[in-house]
Design a protein around this ligand. Structure first.
Ligand code: ATP
Ligand code: MG
Length: 413
């Protein structure tokens, strides 16, 4: 029985990056032998075992045969005669198909080290096309490693395109699409995930609402980059630069979906794209079973981003209405995240990346000031129900008028 370190740990060590979890492959072994040696079995689909002390994952070398469409259409074999090369052959990318023996020797039958040096994401074998999850994985690795100079090899992109044409992407389950998307949004270049999916045609299948944005023009005055798809990708890059969490990055992805359905005769203007976007955000989120927190924030950014951009010109009354619609008094953190998404929108434009966005601090402060207004016993005396609410509203409005004056904002009209 021989044991090899495989996958991400070998790759990351060769790249000089911090190594996360360590996965091992066992050649010439059996489940019984591992159980007898004290390993704990885990996982439903494949026999994976946890080392009795280190708790690292050990998997038996496997061989796969395709029997039907999708990633359940496999028969997987485990037997002691399966070689290291056979197991590595069914892995996705050459850079992920390097094994290391415990004496440090690298076993690299598919040129993984050369591709690491050349910064290439390349499939190991034609068997790549048997599992559509690999399309998502390649796009995600591209998003992770683009800043190191990695790109997807032409032959791999061509294979991915063929898989899309063959309808393989349709068999992806929503949970898996979301899982990969969420991880991709957290990578250093999330926009690359969507660009790679677009380059192979998968974006139109998985995210038609996003795909549709490419080729849709916006007014050059506000959007020097013109193309809406390009704008949204720039917003994602901006979200990374501003250290935005994944929820905000997802909201950024969804904020302009409405521009994809503006009637062409209205281009390049997009009146009402905020309200037109909401059903699209909902459709995307329902289809992919996106968690509620992500959906709520994306809906809010979609509905409110134009109002937020106008914050300094809004009448205090309208600012209060905005705070109310955003449930900002009860959910201040979510409101802050929405403001951050709006900043990503404002700065995700060609040449405007560093343009100050005072709207965010202005509305943060407006929320704080309005939230601090309270009615005590004496204030409430003689008032009830609606009258109390009106009094609170009036006082908050006064505070916001003062805030507007102090901020030197444009006089209300
Ligand atoms: P990470 O740093 O994200 O953990 P990783 O390369 O270790 O990256 P894992 O998802 O942990 O990725 O998978 C471990 C290894 O298993 C991969 O390096 C790859 O060789 C292989 N692998 C995982 N999923 C697939 C798949 N769907 N098709 C082919 N090979 C896969
Ligand atoms: Mg891993």
């Amino acid at each position: 029985m021989q044991v090899y370190l495989v996958g991400g740990a070998v790759r990351d060590a060769l790249l000089g990056r911090p190594v996360g979890e360590r996965d091992y492959m066992v050649v010439g072994g059996t489940a019984d032998a591992l159980l007898r040696a004290g390993y704990t079995p885990v996982g439903r689909d494949f026999p994976v075992f946890l080392h009795p002390q280190t708790k690292a994952e050990y998997a038996l070398a496997r061989r796969e045969r395709k029997t039907g469409p999708g990633y359940h259409g496999f028969v997987t074999e485990f037997s002691p005669d399966i070689t290291l090369e056979e197991d590595l052959l069914r892995r996705d990318l050459t850079i992920n198909a390097i094994a290391q023996a415990d004496d440090g020797t690298l076993i690299d039958p598919y040129g993984g080290q050369a591709d690491l040096a050349a910064r290439v994401l390349r499939h190991v074998s034609p068997a790549f096309s048997e599992d559509p999850v690999r399309i998502l994985r390649v796009a995600r690795f591209a998003a992770r490693f683009a800043s190191l100079g990695f790109t997807v090899h032409d032959s791999t992109l061509a294979l991915m395109r063929q898989m899309v044409e063959d309808g393989e992407v349709a068999s992806l389950v929503p949970e898996r699409v979301w899982q990969e998307t969420e991880r991709a949004l957290g990578e250093p270049r999330p926009e690359v995930f969507f660009e790679v999916l677009r380059a192979c045609g998968a974006l139109a299948v998985i995210f038609p609402e996003v795909d549709r944005l490419f080729g849709v023009p916006q007014p050059e005055q506000w959007h020097p980059e013109i193309d809406t798809g390009v704008h949204v990708m720039m917003c994602l890059a901006r979200a990374v630069a501003l250290d935005a969490p994944v929820t905000v990055r997802f909201a950024v992805l969804g904020h302009d979906l409405g521009k994809g359905v503006t009637p062409k005769d209205q281009w390049p203007r997009h009146i009402m794209h905020e309200s037109r976007g909401l059903p699209l955000v909902d459709a995307l989120c329902s289809r992919l079973k996106v968690p509620t927190a992500h959906r709520e924030l994306a809906r809010m950014a979609c509905a409110q981003h134009t109002n937020v951009h106008r914050a300094l010109e809004l009448r205090p009354e309208t600012v209060l209405k905005l705070l109310g619609e955003c449930d900002a008094f009860r959910r201040p953190e979510r409101f802050s995240e929405m403001l951050l998404a709006c900043q990503c929108d404002a700065q995700g434009r060609m040449g405007l990346e560093e343009k100050p966005y005072p709207q965010r601090a202005y509305l943060e402060r407006a929320r704080e000031l309005a939230a601090a207004v309270a009615l005590d016993e004496a204030d409430r005396a003689g008032l009830e129900g609606q009258a109390i609410a009106r009094e609170l509203q009036a006082r908050r409005q006064k505070v916001l008028e003062e805030h507007k004056r102090a901020s030197g904002a444009v006089a209300s009209h």
